[in-house]
Ligand binder design. Structure first.
Ligand code: RNT
Ligand code: ZN
Length: 411
């Protein structure tokens, strides 16, 4: 990096090296499910309901070995601190029914995490299952269906706690359910009452160690086949989370088009000690496209930094594009998240806030635009170099070689 770059940022009161060191500590949780279109290892079948991935690019990971090979490759090209986000359908040995998952099935993942010096997060898998009856799980009118998923979630708490203890790094367990209705429901309250009771039973069903893990609940506005109502709406979970001292998870693809998810961060952090994120890119609907370094992503990163939220937030990626090289997709999205955070950390928020409080909105606008042409890309290259992750020019070449040597040989 040129000395001049350091001086330019210094003139705005920003210490570039301090920024780089800060960014190195921010954890990004990489979702394992981008590498196999959310298939998991229970059987090789496709998704059967609740969630969808589209595309048929060759080379998808088909088992634990292939998926961890891909992760092993991807991790080298993503700078900064990383975690791996797992789903319960990624049992790595002695596969059991989902209701019966235990730490044993995930022990190989802990070994992988230890050898790669990454943390782990966990999600009960409440989709693609015959026990999802009429698109309903924890809010189903059928008691046996609710009980099945309650058991699955309680066992998932134990697995998450095991991750946190084994790795000495807090693990997040996030609950997302697809429950909802295609058409206008006759009863909106009933399913939500049942979801509330199910969540209460999960949280009282196992007293997990809060020093090693957190629990979050993730809302959704609508889904394909659930266009008119989702039981787990944002209002439902926002209230449930604060009342029960767990975390609310905001998936950036789960709100109205045009709704600014970044704007929610300041409000959420005023009333919650912690917050969780799934960073995704919606295209017309919750389509889970690969993260681009666009204004929406930048807004989220900016707010996290401005609100002093980096230490209070779990950041996980959540997208699954099966139409392109899946390893490249993981690397591109993760690097873009890191770039957005870097740009946010390189911004002199004090100057901007001061101008706003001095009621000088012209200066705010002028400064906001001026900052856009600062040489952040040089700082990015330096950051990648210090993290031993390759530069923008280099990583893709390696990825193409990996595709040729490894991915293309998969049947
Ligand atoms: C689905 C949710 C959920 C999933 C993952 C696989 O709309 O975003 O987070 O993407 O659990
Ligand atoms: Zn999500």
């Amino acid at each position: 990096m040129r000395e001049e770059v350091i001086d330019i940022y210094k003139s705005y009161g920003i210490d570039v090296n301090e920024v780089i060191n800060k960014l190195k500590k921010v954890k990004i949780s990489l979702h394992c499910w981008q590498l196999d279109d959310v298939t998991g290892f229970e059987n090789s079948g496709e998704l059967t309901g609740g969630i969808q991935a589209t595309g048929s690019y060759p080379g998808k990971a088909r088992n634990f070995k292939e998926l961890t090979d891909d992760l092993d490759f991807a991790l080298k090209y993503i700078p900064g601190s990383k975690k791996i986000n797992l789903h319960a359908c990624y049992q790595a040995q002695d596969v059991v029914d989902r209701a019966d998952v235990s730490p044993h099935q995930f022990a190989p993942w802990v070994d992988f995490a230890k050898s790669h010096k990454v943390g782990l997060d966990f999600n009960p898998t409440i989709f693609s299952s015959p026990m999802l009856v009429d698109n309903m799980s924890l809010s189903s009118p059928l008691k046996n269906v609710r009980d099945y998923w309650i058991r699955h979630c309680i066992n998932s708490l134990k697995i998450t706690e095991y991750f946190g203890k084994e790795l000495g790094e807090k693990a997040l367990m996030n609950i997302w359910i697809p429950d909802g209705f295609k058409d206008v429901p006759a009863d909106r309250l009933g399913p939500r009452k049942r979801l509330k009771e199910s969540l209460d039973l999960i949280l009282s069903g196992y007293k997990y160690d809060k020093t090693v893990m957190d629990v979050a609940v993730e809302s959704k506005l609508f889904g394909i086949g659930m266009e008119s109502y989702t039981t787990g709406s944002h209002e439902f979970y926002m209230n449930y989370a604060i009342k029960n001292n767990i975390l609310c998870l905001l998936d950036t693809g789960h709100f109205h088009q045009g709704e600014n998810v970044a704007d929610k961060i300041s409000s959420m952090l005023l009333f919650n000690d912690k917050l969780a994120f799934h960073v995704s890119r919606p295209v017309r609907w919750d389509s889970d496209h690969v993260l681009k370094l666009n204004d929406d992503l930048q807004d989220v990163a900016d707010e996290l930094v401005k609100c002093d939220g980096l230490d209070k937030t779990y950041i996980a990626l959540d997208y699954f594009d099966a139409s392109i090289n899946r390893v490249a997709a993981l690397i591109i999205g993760a690097r873009n998240m890191e770039k957005a955070l870097l740009k946010a950390l390189l911004t002199p928020w004090i100057l901007l806030k001061t101008a706003q409080d001095e009621i000088n909105h012209t200066k705010v606008l002028a400064l906001q635009e001026e900052l856009k042409t600062l040489p952040w890309a040089e700082v990015w290259d330096e950051y990648c170099k210090e993290c031993n992750a390759k530069s923008e020019k280099e990583w893709f070449e390696d990825c193409l070689k990996y595709e040729k040597d490894v991915l293309s040989k998969r049947g």
